[in-house]
Design a protein around this ligand. Structure first.
Ligand code: NAP
Ligand code: HSE
Length: 428
């Protein structure tokens, strides 16, 4: 049943995501009263440049003055889609303290200041929702907080960066080299002009911090997450991955083991029969294990104008429903535990090591001996003769602590028959 009630909202930012949110809210205009019990009016759009033409956006709404929004008591929802830490943090805090609900897509901010912002939301009994901050259009925050709340979750493993998944897919399926694949990702608008945060794993690291805090009810911030990117992956590594019936994916890993949280991002060899191995191109997916649900995987578009707007608008509709029933602030910060984050040096993984060695009797025994001395157990060895005198040796290890592996690698480099350690990649 339609009502005459109107809820007023302000958009902070009108770029890729903000533009998408504006257009999608317009597309859903007629249904909102039925879906959310009220209609929604965007009454201000904060931007840097008010003179820039923005397709489909009413220019009279544009402002570069946040005070106009902060001091307008008729605005009940602030939708922050401008990005960055400041001034977004201050604007969100001011909005929450003024009793306004906030929806944000800002992973950089939530991964660092999530606890502070969620506490402010709780104190003011308003919503702070951020579904779009992890994996764009894929519903994952709400499933972790609500649908899977009956579980004790142990594993959240994701392909949460579209740019790197696109690059690795092109390298794997079309033998493209890294630079060519990155250029193509830029052309298609997946990678930023400065793609550092994507290819060095920082963007994924922020999402892992948010996923880990949400899944394990314990604060994890971006600084707690070890990050490693994909820039060192070569076509030779891809060739061996295929030979071992694996793919290489940039995985974001959040795990709880023995009352400790492991949180890291790195490229990994992943068996081809793992559900995440089938996630190709710019798609994202998050694989979750819970004690009751078993395995569950969420798949879809992790970025882009409308996929991200889909998550933001879903949050806005949730806020409107909560307003209708007078229950905003219903689901706030879920961090009721303080589980320590394990130092990365103590995390255990299997390793794939590719090295160039002198080809003569006793070399393999010397290398195996050095690894053994550092508690590294070998599960597989492949040797290919490259020239008469030298060979390429690939060793896959059993699970080993990071610090044992790095000490072993330091000593291996000094071993006389080892000419070069060409790659070290973890294996899932
Ligand atoms: P964007 O295209 O660069 O747009 C940013 C918008 O914010 C622009 O309209 C800009 O104004 C405005 N803005 C930035 N700083 C401002 C300031 N200090 N005062 C006023 N206006 C300001 O960014 P985006 O790609 O839409 O991303 C927005 C947020 O969504 C980020 O937090 C991002 O991490 C997140 N996100 C993005 C995606 C995606 O696919 N793009 C996916 C998931 C999450 P002007 O237009 O005047 O420059
Ligand atoms: N740059 C990100 C990606 C999208 O490539 O997945 C925004 O989170």
């Amino acid at each position: 049943m339609k009502t005459q009630k109107t809820i007023r909202a302000a958009l902070l930012g009108c770029g890729t995501v903000g533009g998408g949110v504006y257009k999608l809210l317009d597309r859903r205009k007629e249904e909102l009263a039925d879906k959310a019990g009220a209609s929604l009016e965007i009454s201000a759009v904060l931007v840097h440049n008010v003179n820039k033409k923005r397709e489909g956006v009413d220019p009279s709404l544009l402002t570069d003055d946040f005070e106009r929004i902060a001091n307008d008591p008729s605005i009940d929802i602030v939708i922050e889609v401008m990005g960055g830490i400041e001034p977004a943090r201050t604007m969100i805090l001011r909005s929450l303290r003024a009793g306004k609900n906030v929806v944000t897509a800002n992973k950089d901010l939530i991964a660092v200041h999530g606890s502070e912002l969620l506490s402010a939301a709780r104190e003011n009994k308003v919503d702070l929702l951020f579904e779009a901050a992890v994996a764009g259009g894929i519903p994952i925050i709400r499933p972790l907080k609500q649908c899977l709340a009956g579980n004790e979750l142990s594993d959240v493993v994701g392909i949460v960066n579209g740019t790197t998944n696109y690059i690795l897919t092109k390298m794997f399926e079309e033998n493209m080299d890294f630079d060519a694949a990155l250029e193509k990702a830029k052309e298609l608008g997946y990678a930023e002009a400065d793609p550092t945060a994507d290819i060095e794993g920082l963007d994924a690291g922020r999402k892992v911090a948010i996923l880990a805090s949400t899944a394990f009810h314990s604060p994890v911030v971006f600084d707690d997450v070890y990050t490693e990117g994909i820039t060192k992956i070569s076509s030779s590594d891809i060739k061996y991955a295929k030979e071992f019936d694996c793919v290489i994916k940039l995985l974001g890993i959040a795990r709880e083991r023995q009352e400790q949280i492991e949180a890291y991002v790195c490229p990994m060899l992943l068996p081809a029969d793992h559900p995440l191995a089938t996630v190709r191109g710019s798609f994202n997916a998050v694989f979750v294990h819970g004690d009751a649900v078993d395995d569950v995987m969420f798949y879809g578009r992790g970025a882009g104008e409308f996929p991200t707007a889909s998550a933001v608008v879903g949050d806005v509709i949730d806020v409107m429903r909560n307003m209708e029933y007078g229950c905003t602030g219903r689901i706030g910060c879920g961090c009721y535990r303080s589980v320590p984050v394990k130092q990365f040096r103590d995390v255990k993984n299997k390793f794939f090591i590719r090295m160039q060695v002198i080809n003569r009797p006793g070399v393999l025994a010397a290398i195996a001996g050095e690894l053994g001395r550092h508690k590294v157990s070998i599960s597989k060895v492949v040797q290919k003769v490259i020239t008469k005198g030298s060979a390429e040796l690939v060793i896959v290890t059993e699970d080993v602590k990071e610090y044992h592996m790095s000490e072993a690698l330091e000593d291996l480099k000094e071993l006389e028959p080892v000419q070069e350690i060409s790659s070290v990649i973890r294996s899932y």
